[in-house]
Structure formats: structure tokens, C-alpha cells
Design a protein around this ligand. Sequence first.
Ligand SMILES: C[S@@+](CC[C@H](N)C(=O)[O-])C[C@H]1O[C@@H](n2cnc3c(N)ncnc32)[C@H](O)[C@@H]1O
Length: 214
Amino acid sequence: MNADGWLADTRTSYDTVAVSYADQVRDALAREPYLRAALALFADLVHAAGGGPVADVGCGPGHVTAHLQKLGIDAFGIDLSAAMIDVARRDHPDLRFEVGSMTDLDLTDASVAGLLAFWSLIHVPDNAVPTTFEHFRRVLRPGGPLLLGFHVGDESRLKTQGYGGHPMKVYVHRRQPDQVAAWLRDAGFTVEAHLLLDPDEGAPGAVLFARRQS
Ligand SMILES: C[S@@+](CC[C@H](N)C(=O)[O-])C[C@H]1O[C@@H](n2cnc3c(N)ncnc32)[C@H](O)[C@@H]1O
């Protein structure tokens, strides 16, 4: 499938589920102590690196962006889906949200102090990940921290419905942390840590901390 095809399908899918997705995840972080700890550590790393604006890329309805703001971070959100951005602006009118794709980030070089992508890279196919990571590196300041969250595994699956039975046409790519780490190193990042979430469950996740090399 060409890039426009999968990007357009992903955008349409999340436009369709934006309101129901927001309803399902609005309070999700309250049930996720390990994610909250990872976000608190990320906030500490951003502060220690001097602070500044932080991009939440693939922000969805903005609940993680808002959580970062409560941690004292100057966070803003970017998402492919205009409907998600509408919901994010509705739910968090004091925060900044823009439509955009992580595969072609419309941000100035070295303009962000940190970058977060939580369960959004999962929709980018392998052949577009290196370009995406080049954009992450380009927009981050040297030494700026990066936090990724993603599903762990080896398969890619076409999701045809979700979030209340709404139709979707979106690929979900599971990946091994070592593969993601290798792509990051190739793009000019140093990988600092990763945490495996729910290793005893059928669908483990990972959060991975990296940093743009100088
Ligand atoms: C599973 S949701 C995760 C949302 C949020 N980060 C969270 O943790 O709940 C995936 C989000 O990634 C967005 N997304 C998918 N591909 C994207 C891309 N190429 N650029 C920006 N956002 C993208 C979708 O529109 C959707 O809002």
C-alpha cells in the first residue's frame, strides 16, 4: 500500500472513533501506575535538560498532553486526525493542539525540548519508521529526551473495528524493543532504558527512553 493509502486510512479510522476513543481513555492514566511513573521520569529528564516545549506526537484526545502539563511541562499535541484534534481542543482548551503527521513533522529544527509518542508509532509501517525517527531527531534539541510507548510482538494486524464497534481500517504493528532501539540508534539517538509492561499478559507493551545525540 502506498504512503497516502495507509496514512489516509489511519486518519479516517481515528476521525471515526475520536469521540468514543476519548471517552474510553479519558481516565486511563489513573489505572496505569507504570505509565504515570514513566511520564514523571520523562518530565524530570526534560527539566534536567533545561526545559522547554514538548511535543506529544499522535496525541489523540490529549489526555497524556494534559498530564504532562500537570507535571510542569510545556506540552503541546500533534495528531493525524482532525477529529481527534477537535476533541483534544474541546477537552483541554488551555493547551495547544495541531493536525500533522509524524512522518513529515511541520516543526522547526531543534525546536522541542522533548518528544513523546505513545501508542501512535504502532500505525507507521516498518519502511516509514526510519524517516519518522529522522524527523524526531531533527526537531529535538541535542540532548533532548524521547519517550516511546508501543505494543510488543512480531506481527502486524489489520484492525477493522474498535472503540464501540466503529469501522476502522488501520494496521497495528507490534515490535520488539530491540528492533525499535536499533532504528533509533541508526537515526542518531542513544537508547537509555526500556520498561516491559504486562509481560505475563497476551499483549505486552513497552516504554523506551532515548535521547538525541549531540
Ligand atoms: C492508539 S491512539 C493513541 C493516542 C494517545 N497517544 C494515547 O496514548 O492514548 C493512536 C493515535 O495516533 C494517531 N496517529 C496515527 N498515525 C499518526 C501519524 N502518522 N502522525 C500523527 N498521529 C498519528 C492517531 O490519529 C491516533 O490519535
